[in-house]
Design a protein around this ligand. Structure first.
Ligand code: SF4
Length: 443
């Protein structure tokens, strides 16, 4: 009898990659394979890469080498955004079997088992008996993906949209993932019903630029929110990240009035300087961003508000960086994700002058991370004494409690036994303990 082919995965980068890896795992399982831990030897290893920074590229190469050490005889297949943009860098690593671009990413299992399902001996991914690169064109077709609980036992990433038509000067995502496209509007309700039947407690609407959702009959993102609101779903719904110019008052009001959407948004700012935003070719200025922040808090006073910022973009003088600091000090938010700018090949920003020295970028990153810590703490304090709903995600032995997030994205510890199977619990937020807020369960 033929032995079961074992497959391991490693995923880097964004939620979209995680959703897609989970979908690939389901395809491999359907083809009769068994999925094993990344650090166990496997017959096939899939590394789903990211290229958001130079550091992400380095990390991807490290992971590929680790895969080759763990599984020296495996077919190591590298896909994702880094594979799409820099296949030659990956093929320099001896032992890599195939580099698969984004157009074929969701077909890896199909290509691997083209001749005989479950057998990797006659794979289309072993052209010329050596390394193979599947055509690295980006796709214009939408391929759905849902992580039915790949990372935690609680959160499901639902791919609503892919690609981007914007031209932000620092970004390679449109090159790596191709133009904007989205799931058919008619397919959303059935997909939500399926997730409801699976009993998932939280769904995160994920995409590269979800706010630019465009359905087959011209439906926009607000229509998606309305549709989901009309369904009375048994799980909560979160929007992963949304561009400020697409987070309109209509969308905010729909989310605020909703029983399923949580009061939490994550909105990239990138810079608080009008000049830098213009050079980044972002579609808003600081005043417009401020209006968005104000609209969110007017509609949802206790909303969690996360912000992405890039520091060290070319031309960011000390004075312009201080504009970002002052801007952040003048708006209400609950945490920052700070990215140190790194030059990406074939982007307009990489050719810009007035490059900021790397040590200055790092210092600015440290300063903003300190501002983020203060904001996080302030937001946690403002939530003490409130009753919130939490999905227990992971048992932390040293605290003898479960960690999880409230609807408005406060990280909490819930005192429940390790064998608890509760999917949902109401808690009162009591006090701050390091990165967590300690809670008591409300009966
Ligand atoms: S909106 Fe800008 S930063 Fe975001 S994916 Fe599109 S081009 Fe990149």
């Amino acid at each position: 009898m033929q032995e079961t082919t074992t497959v391991s995965f490693h995923t880097l980068g964004c939620k979209l990659n995680y959703a897609e890896s989970a979908q690939l795992q389901q395809q491999f399982t359907a083809d009769g394979c068994s999925i094993v831990e990344f650090d166990s030897p496997a017959d096939v290893v899939v590394v789903n890469t990211c290229t958001v920074t130079e550091q992400a590229n380095t990390e991807c190469r490290k992971i590929v080498r680790r895969a080759l050490r763990t599984s020296p005889n495996a077919k190591v297949i590298v896909t994702g955004c880094y594979a799409q943009l820099k296949p030659e860098e990956i093929l320099e690593i001896p032992g890599v079997s195939a580099v698969v671009g984004t157009a074929d990413k969701m077909r890896i299992s199909e290509l691997l088992f083209a001749a005989t399902p479950g057998s990797i001996n006659s794979s289309q991914l072993e052209l010329n008996g050596g390394n193979a690169v599947k055509p690295l064109s980006t796709s214009t077709r939408f391929t759905g993906a849902t992580s039915a609980d790949a990372e935690t036992r609680t959160r499901t990433f639902f791919k609503l949209q892919d690609g981007c038509d914007y031209t932000c000067t620092f970004c390679t995502i449109p090159q790596a993932r191709g133009p904007a496209r989205a799931i058919l509007f008619a397919d959303i309700a059935p997909a939500m019903e399926k997730l409801a039947l699976q009993g998932v407690p939280e769904v995160v609407l994920t995409g590269v630029n979800v706010g630019e959702y465009l359905g087959e009959n011209g439906e926009r993102f607000v229509d998606v929110v309305r549709l989901i609101n009309s369904m009375q779903l048994p799980f909560r719904v979160r929007i992963s990240s949304i561009e400020p110019n697409t987070l309109t008052k209509e969308v905010i009001d729909e989310v605020a009035a909703s029983d399923v959407f949580v009061p939490h948004v994550h909105v990239p700012l990138q810079s608080g300087s009008a000049e830098i935003l213009k050079n980044m070719r972002r579609r808003y200025n600081p005043q417009m961003y401020r209006n968005t922040v104000d609209m969110v808090h007017a509609a949802m006073p206790q909303a969690g508000f996360g912000i992405d910022v890039i520091v060290g973009f070319p031309g960011e003088t000390d004075a312009l960086f201080e504009e970002t600091v002052q801007f952040l000090n003048s708006i209400q938010f609950s945490y920052l994700h700070v990215f140190t700018y790194s030059e990406r090949d074939n982007t307009p920003a990489a050719a810009m002058s007035d490059v900021v020295p790397v040590h200055v970028r790092r210092e600015r990153t440290r300063r903003l991370r300190a501002i983020s810590d203060v904001a996080r703490n302030r937001f946690a304090l403002s939530n003490l004494g409130t009753i919130r709903n939490v999905i227990p995600e992971q048992f932390i032995a040293r605290y003898n409690a479960w960690s999880g997030y409230t609807e408005n994205y406060v990280k909490v510890l819930v005192p429940l036994p390790e064998n608890s199977t509760l999917k949902n619990v109401d808690v009162e937020l009591l006090s701050i303990e390091g990165e967590y807020v300690l809670c008591r369960v409300v009966e």
